[in-house]
Design a binder for this molecule. Sequence first.
Ligand code: NAP
Length: 254
Amino acid sequence: MTSRTALITSHATLQNKKALVTGGSRGIGAATAVRLAGAGADVAVTYVSGKEAAADVVRAVEALGRRAVALRADSADPVEAADAVARAAEALGGLDVLVNNVGVGVLGPLSELPLAEVDRVLAVNVRGVFLASQAAAARMSEGGRIITIGTCMTQRVPGPGGTLYAMSKSALTGLTKALARELGPRGITANIVHPGPIDTDMNPADGPFAAGQSALTALGRFGTADEVAATVAHLAGATYITGAEFAVDGGHAA
Ligand SMILES: NC(=O)c1ccc[n+]([C@@H]2O[C@H](COP(=O)([O-])OP(=O)(O)OC[C@H]3O[C@@H](n4cnc5c(N)ncnc54)[C@H](OP(=O)(O)O)[C@@H]3O)[C@@H](O)[C@H]2O)c1
């Protein structure tokens, strides 16, 4: 066992919980799946094209002694988005934690965003999250956790080109607060995490716009996927936090 593995297995607050991380083959989702497993959870991840990457995440979870399953499920498809929850619950034997991580980042001038792109972004970033949350809430019992990944651009849009992405992610804040109110009486919580610039395939720290993004944060750097995953894992174990927004953004909103 590496020292890092020892660190994340030392607080097994999610022992035997069953978790689904959508879009868990790469980036923040993959880091979250491993974090949750390190805290004791069995984990399902969805992917759409990254079969090999998803298999790597399954192996990483299994190396921590937990069960894992990778499910191909396109969140843009309403049937697949909802079915993924049922398939995960069936494979793991229940569902305690849903992490709505999947998202597509489409930026561009307002005048150049075609209808097909508007529909795709809303299908993945909004409708898919709603349907997964609906399906998860139907299966969860007391102690259930719904954690959604938003973006720092719901709090501060620092320049042009963010209309579609910021609009889609802002819908998730409303969803989260409404879920908290509706599911609170059943002992189920819902929270949203807003990452700042995080070094992933979607937004590489050596990409053409990286320096400008770093400069917008108080810490002057990109975050790592694991820095976001740590907050998600904390929320998965937290008992008196619901309807809340958490910026993991290096001070982007400060
Ligand atoms: N990186 C950032 O700077 C940043 C900042 C703020 C918020 N976020 C948000 O954080 C979340 C994760 O971002 P990331 O940077 O980790 O992204 P990423 O590196 O692009 O990874 C995206 C993940 O989502 C999966 N995915 C994409 N489209 C899908 C679909 N239609 N159905 C199912 N799975 C799909 C991908 O699977 P495949 O391997 O199959 O493609 C992959 O596992 C997103 O919601 C994003 O908007 C990211």
